[in-house]
Design a binder for this molecule. Structure first.
Ligand SMILES: [Zn+2]
Length: 253
């Protein structure tokens, strides 16, 4: 059970690379849109360098522009399966660097969309600096979007709830990611799989993140009284004790 799923939400889902939003939160996105909520996906990059292995294996390797074009089609197709809209900021990956101008762009994006919920990477997804850079920027924007007198084209809006999704598969213990909020995606796992299969540049996502969804469901059954849950996605709410803000370095402002 989760109060995260409602039909009246305005949700922005941030994703450092092309498919991150889908592998970590695709089932939840589908549940939100099925309930009637508005979900817009914002990819920071196309994952053109870091996360397009099948394209880099081609001979000859496509150009960066060609890779971006392929990945743009994949993002759009996957988002459509989930009932969401999408855009890519094309900030360039590996490394993803979000400087002052891009932060202002992000602040304006939040103020224009007026979301009440943001989904983004775990703030200490230490095995991929791009993921941490994305979330540092998302938190920056979420903590300044409501303040007057800060540069931007749009007026201030209320601060949205921020929720972190999974780390890269297999790295949760290293990144100390312990989900404390579970969403039952048993009813949407097939849509999630269908969406993940749009990402030809990253083969195997549906299978691998299917294992994770099964495992998170076991945790949800055992710790969140979610009997009958067969597939789940795990999250951590920003600002909760379980988020583990213990003074370790990670992000600003
Ligand atoms: Zn990624």
């Amino acid at each position: 059970m989760s109060d995260m799923i409602r039909g009246d939400r305005r949700v922005l889902v941030f994703s450092a690379h092309a498919a991150d939003f889908c592998s970590r939160a695709g089932g939840t996105i589908a549940r939100l849109t099925e309930a009637g909520s508005n979900v817009h996906i914002v990819d920071f990059t196309y994952g053109e360098r870091c996360e397009s292995p099948a394209l880099w294996a081609r001979e000859p390797v496509p150009t960066i522009a060609q890779i971006k074009a392929i990945r743009a089609r994949e993002i759009e197709a996957a988002a459509a399966v989930l009932g969401a809209t999408s855009e890519c900021l094309d900030f360039d990956d590996c490394p993803l660097v979000v400087g002052p101008e891009r932060l202002t762009q992000l602040l304006d994006l939040l103020r224009r969309h007026q979301p009440d919920l943001l989904l983004t990477h775990w703030h200490r997804d230490v095995m991929h600096p791009d993921h941490m850079a994305a979330t540092e920027a998302v938190i920056w924007a979420s903590r300044y979007c409501f303040r007057p007198g800060i540069d931007g084209e749009a007026p201030p809006v209320p601060a949205p709830e921020v929720v972190f999704y999974e780390t890269t598969l297999g790295t949760a213990p290293v990144a100390r990611y312990i989900p404390s909020l579970f969403v039952d995606i048993t009813s949407t796992i097939e849509r999630k799989r269908e969406a993940l299969e749009k990402f030809d540049a990253q083969p195997g996502l549906a299978e691998r993140y299917g294992w994770l969804a099964r495992y998170r469901a076991l945790e949800a059954q055992s710790t969140a009284w979610m009997k009958g849950c067969e597939y789940a996605e795990g999250f951590v709410r920003f600002g909760t004790e379980a988020a583990g803000f213990d003074g370790a370095p990670g992000f600003g402002p």
